[in-house]
Structure formats: C-alpha cells, structure tokens
Design a protein around this ligand. Structure first.
Ligand SMILES: Nc1ncnc2c1ncn2[C@@H]1O[C@H](COP(=O)(O)OP(=O)(O)OP(=O)(O)O)[C@@H](O)[C@H]1O
Ligand SMILES: [Mg+2]
Length: 358
C-alpha cells in the first residue's frame, strides 16, 4: 500500500451528489411513510373523478417527513395527470394573505400581477381553479400572520383538497370558527421514526450522496445514533454532510469516527455558542422556555420568578421574550386578540431554525 492511498487528491471528492443532502431533496422512495402517502393520496383522488377532495390537517414533530411525504405525493400527482393543479406554499416564507395570493398567481403563471390587491389576485386565480381542480398545500401553517386567503379558498374554489401542515396539533383549535367549519379536515399524525428506521433512511441517503465505501461503519453508526436521539432526520443529513466536509478538509479518503465526532461537536457548538452569547438572564429565560415548551407567557413568567427569585417586572420579562424571538431562539404565537399578556404562546426553536433553508 502506498503512503498516499488514503489521501485525497485536489480534484477528488467524497461526495457523489452533495445535493442529495439538501433538505428539499426528495429521494425516489420514502421508506416508512407509505401509509401516510396513501392516506394523503386518498384525499386527493376524488378530484380525479370530478368529485370534491377531502381536506387534511397534518401534524407531528420536526424533521420526520411531513413535508417530504406531501411533496412526494404532489410529484406523483403531477406525473399522473395535468388535470389537477398542485400548489405548494411554505407559510414561513409567505406569511400573509397578500404574499400567498401573489405566489399562487405566480405558480399559475399569471401575468401583470403588480399593483393588484389581495382580493384581486385571488379572483384572478379563481378563474383558473373554476376550470380545473387543485390541491393546496400550506406548510408551516402556524407561521401565518393572517388567514383570510384560507377563507377565500374554502369558500370560493369549487373543487379542491386543502392540506395544512404544522408541528402543533393545537393550532387548529385557535382557527376562527367560520374557517374551521368550512375546512372539516381529517387529521393525520406523523409519528416519530424508530432508531432502526432512522438508520435505514440515512443509509439510503448515503448511497445517493457519497461514493461507495467512503463511510466507516462506526462513523455512520455514531451519526445514526445521534440522529435517533434527536429524532430529526434533518439533523442526520446535516451531520452526514459536515462529517464529509471535515474528512475532505483533512484530505481523507474515508469518513472516520473522528470526523463524525467533530461534526457532532460542531452542531452542539453551533447552538450552544449562540446561546452563550446571551446575557445571563436571557439565557435563563431561554432554558426555562426550552424545559416548558409551548406555554403561555404569563405561566413562563411565574416559573421564571419561582426559579430565580428575580425581581424583574412582567413588562421587562415581555421585553426579554421579544428579544429572544427577534434573535430566532424562540417563536411567539398570538392565539387571539389582546396585548402580549396571556394570549402569547412561546415555543423553543429547535436546531432546525439554524440549519434550515441552506
Ligand atoms: N422516510 C424518509 N425517507 C427519506 N428521507 C426522509 C424521510 N423522512 C424524512 N426525510 C428527509 O428528512 C428531512 C426532513 O424531512 P421533512 O422536511 O419532511 O420534515 P418535516 O416533518 O416536514 O419537518 P418540519 O416539521 O420541521 O417541517 C428531509 O430532507 C426529508 O427528505
Ligand atoms: Mg416540513
């Protein structure tokens, strides 16, 4: 064996197709989500027979294939027929009725959209949907700032399936009743993957993304274990890519357990480093939000005071919460009128926030 066998040359790479590690990449098959895909498809199928589709409310924790399974079904639908229009919108990116109406018109290739109001845009789109049925997917629906467009779609578009996706099952309860009664959605819960399923999903992804046998088994096992602990495939994809990059940087032909460990350290660093930049009381509040995810701001204030015997006022606490939200550590969802007080639900932002949309 030559001394240089394990050294990567300048032009060489471990990645066969790095794009396959992007979060929006959809593989040829999505193992362990067959039932969910069939269920989604069964809600759309009536549209193919000139009947009314069913609406579906999809929920479950982050990084477990809700978006991927839904997009997979849309892709199959597109391959199957031109007679149903698929519309996919991420409400984190398009979070108002105006932006959504505009995006729908763009997806329909409609022209001359500038200077039009939301209702004008929606009426333009309606003309197309009166001729052909549509599937609307509104992903990350809890990030919406207003939902007037939803009322319009439910009320004015004759034949459609509306799919709403979120991490939060309770989101639907705060929808106003005129929308909820028109939606009459069925519920589809995505359960978390089991550790052996996560391992198989990552193993398949390695085949897409890396040249054969660049991964040492124990390095892969470590990343699969870490991913199973965090229960989020997105983290696994991030770690696979990082470990590959670290190995390449060291000009190694193999991805070893050291590279995998470094990738994991880097991920922890990333989130910890950001939060250690915070002032001590902000860090304390963040850790309380993390342990008490999804609670009202008033309840968090009580917990904070009990735990720290701090004398800060509720107003100051609110300001600090807002600061954490501004910096992307937490999110605030208002559940209905009133001031910030009892009506704001505070959620911890997981690693996703840091690594999403790469
Ligand atoms: N069964 C699977 N097979 C292959 N890849 C998968 C599978 N499940 C999830 N993934 C991949 O994991 C990543 C995260 O999945 P996805 O984006 O669908 O999560 P999600 O449930 O929508 O999460 P969030 O609630 O945070 O939006 C994606 O890149 C997706 O392709
Ligand atoms: Mg998603």
């Amino acid at each position: 064996m030559s001394l240089f066998d394990n050294i990567l040359k300048d032009s060489e790479t471990l990645f066969k197709n790095e794009y396959a590690l992007n979060f929006e990449f959809i593989p040829k098959t999505l193992p362990f989500r067959e039932n969910e895909q069939h269920y989604i498809a069964s809600c759309i199928k009536p549209l193919l027979n000139q009947r009314q589709g069913k609406n579906l409310f999809i929920f479950g924790p982050p990084g477990i294939g809700k978006t991927a399974a839904t997009r997979f079904v849309l892709r199959e639908l597109e391959e199957e027929t031109d007679n149903v229009i698929p519309i996919y919108i991420n409400c984190w990116k398009k979070n108002t009725s105006y932006k959504i109406a505009y995006d729908i018109c763009e997806q329909l290739n409609l022209k001359f959209l500038q200077n039009k109001r939301t209702d004008e845009l929606l009426h333009l789109a309606k003309k197309v949907f009166t001729k052909l049925p549509a599937v609307f997917v509104f992903d990350e629906i809890d990030k919406l700032e207003d939902n007037d467009f939803l009322y319009f779609i439910l009320e004015e578009i004759p034949r459609k399936t509306v799919l709403l996706i979120t991490n939060y099952k309770e989101w639907i309860a705060q929808l106003d009743s005129r929308i909820r009664s028109r939606l009459t959605a069925e519920f589809l819960e995505f359960r978390q993957y089991k550790p052996n399923e996560i391992k198989e999903i990552l193993r398949q992804r390695i085949e897409y993304a890396f040249f054969p046998s660049v991964w040492q088994q124990e390095a892969f096992n470590l990343i699969a274990e870490k991913t199973a602990q965090l229960n989020d495939i997105r983290t696994g994809l991030f770690l696979l890519r990082e470990a590959g990059n670290i190995a390449e940087m060291q000009a190694s032909r193999k991805i070893t357990i050291e590279h995998a460990k470094k990738a994991i350290e880097k991920m922890d660093d990333f989130s910890i480093k950001d939060s250690t930049l915070l002032e001590p009381d902000l860090r304390e509040i963040l850790s309380i939000v993390k342990q008490n995810d999804n609670k009202k701001i008033g309840d968090l204030y009580k917990i904070f005071k009990e735990k720290t015997s701090s004398l800060i006022s509720y107003k100051t606490f609110q300001r600090k919460i807002k600061k954490l939200a501004k910096d992307g550590f937490i999110s605030i969802t208002k559940t209905g009128g009133g001031d910030l007080g009892n009506t704001s639900i505070i959620r911890y932002q997981k690693i996703k926030k840091l690594t999403d949309f790469r």
